[in-house]
Write a protein that binds this ligand. Structure first.
Ligand code: FAD
Ligand code: SF4
Length: 402
């Protein structure tokens, strides 16, 4: 608490705050800090929640160095305000203390497919406006990547359980273990009286390298592994292929679940590693090693055949590994699009929509990673806020059904 207050006190309360511009949901950071230091923590919390129902999550997992804190003018002196820490303190206090209850229903029904950040934020916004909201989730728990991707040591899953409790209190119905596009389709939802349907199904199809050995028993995709790391026995030596944020999570999780030596294989130099610097630093502190300028040629049951990628000296080699984890990004599954007339896929396999989430089928909206490709939690929330406005506009064009 003391370091949070001290950091808040360093805020210069800029007239034209760059931190706010750097935040994808335009959090009024100056107001937040003023209210906090002035003893109005509830008001600060309300302001944050109304702007971003997932403020408590974003405060922990946002790439702060890229967004709010990276834009703070105090970076010039080397110590930006700890915006994430302050926001987290306020939002935790607020969500624990606020009484959530049902809003007066407006007679409109919204189906939300997927309970990741895109679906959860939209569900809370629309339920508070009076919509009858039902969430359909393929897994047995809500959260999407927040639950089945981001490791526990970065995001305590109790936060998601608490958020679920609040959603239920505001009247949201949650249907779990229900993969839409198989037994139940979007057409069934319209038949059953939903006025609009939202798709926030994310990107859960791992991209492959297309090299020999990818189907072997000791080779796993990052996104599958992270769902239930304890279900895997990776052995002593693990090679992670890829060097984005997901690769860092996988490598750190592998080390924490028993692997002795974990290295990240990256085709470029350290400066070209796409992960946030802070994620890379955390991985190094956890003992993860880097195999730089190296690309895999073939996976084998005892390791990886590779080639170096330095232009001058292109040599081949072999590194031993008990397990190999592939973390080179994901794209969208096409289950819903294949089973719904009128929806289009964009060229890259993502779902086609306009900037406000209107898909090519009337009444069907979408946001988050399924439209944008792999991005961030706060970007999914920002997108869903625009979708909320678009759904309101759409619904106003016809009267409620009886
Ligand atoms: C390992 C990992 C770590 C990350 N770390 C960070 C981070 O630290 N900070 C950050 O800001 N971002 C991070 N991201 C990115 C961020 O989590 C995503 O951008 C965000 O979760 C996208 O939200 P979404 O709601 O669009 O999709 P998702 O979170 O993917 O949620 C989609 C949900 O839809 C469900 N679903 C899919 N298909 C169906 C269907 N047919 N029927 C019913 N349900 C379905 C899925 O089960 C899932 O629950 C990370 C991503 C990964 C993979
Ligand atoms: S939502 Fe994320 S980017 Fe915006 S102020 Fe909060 S922590 Fe920073």
């Amino acid at each position: 608490m003391k370091h949070i207050i001290c950091s808040a006190q360093t805020c210069l309360d800029c007239k034209d705050p760059l931190c706010k511009k750097g935040c994808p949901v335009n959090t009024a950071i100056g107001d937040m800090i003023r209210l906090f230091l002035g003893g109005d923590i509830r008001e600060a919390g309300e302001m944050l929640f109304d702007n971003n129902p997932l403020s408590i999550v974003c405060s922990l997992v946002c790439p702060h160095e890229k967004h709010c804190e990276g834009h703070c003018i105090l970076n010039e002196k080397g110590t930006p305000v700890n915006i994430g820490g302050i926001e987290n303190y306020i939002s935790t206090y607020y969500i624990e203390h606020r009484e959530f209850g049902k809003s007066e229903l407006n007679g409109r029904k919204l189906a939300i497919i997927g309970s990741g950040p895109a679906g959860l934020s939209l569900a809370m916004i629309m339920a508070l406006k009076g919509y009858g909201v039902t969430i359909y989730e393929a897994f047995d728990s809500i959260g999407g990547v927040l639950r089945f991707g981001i490791p526990d040591f970065r995001l305590d899953k109790c936060i998601l359980d608490m958020f679920e409790e609040k959603l239920v209190k505001v009247g949201v119905k949650i249907r779990k273990n229900c993969m839409i596009g198989k037994t139940i389709t979007i057409d069934d939802m319209f038949r059953d009286g939903f006025d609009a349907v939202f798709i926030g199904t994310g990107v859960w199809r791992p991209k492959t390298l297309g090299i020999k050995g990818e189907s072997l028993g000791n080779v796993h995709f990052a996104i599958d592994y992270l769902k239930t790391p304890k279900a895997y026995d990776l052995g002593r030596k693990v090679v992670v292929v890829g060097a984005g944020n997901v690769a860092m999570d996988v490598a750190r999780t592998a080390i924490r679940t028993g692997a002795q030596e974990v290295s990240i294989m990256h085709r470029g130099g350290e400066e070209s590693i796409p992960a946030e610097r802070i994620e890379l630093e955390h991985a190094k502190i956890d003992g993860v090693k880097l195999d730089l300028n190296t690309a895999p040629l073939e996976f084998m049951e005892n390791g990886v055949k590779y080639t170096t990628t330095n232009l001058e000296e292109n040599t081949k080699g072999f590194v031993e590994a008990d397990s190999i984890l592939i973390a080179i990004s994901q794209t969208a599954r096409d289950l819903i699009v294949r089973n719904t007339a009128g929806l289009n896929l964009a060229e890259d396999g993502l779902l086609e929509s306009d900037d406000d989430g209107r898909t090519t089928r009337e009444g069907v909206f979408a946001s988050g990673d399924v439209v944008t490709g792999a991005r961030t939690v706060v970007e999914a929330v920002a997108f869903s806020k625009r979708v909320a406005v678009a759904i309101d506009e759409y619904i106003a064009t016809f009267p409620p059904s009886k």
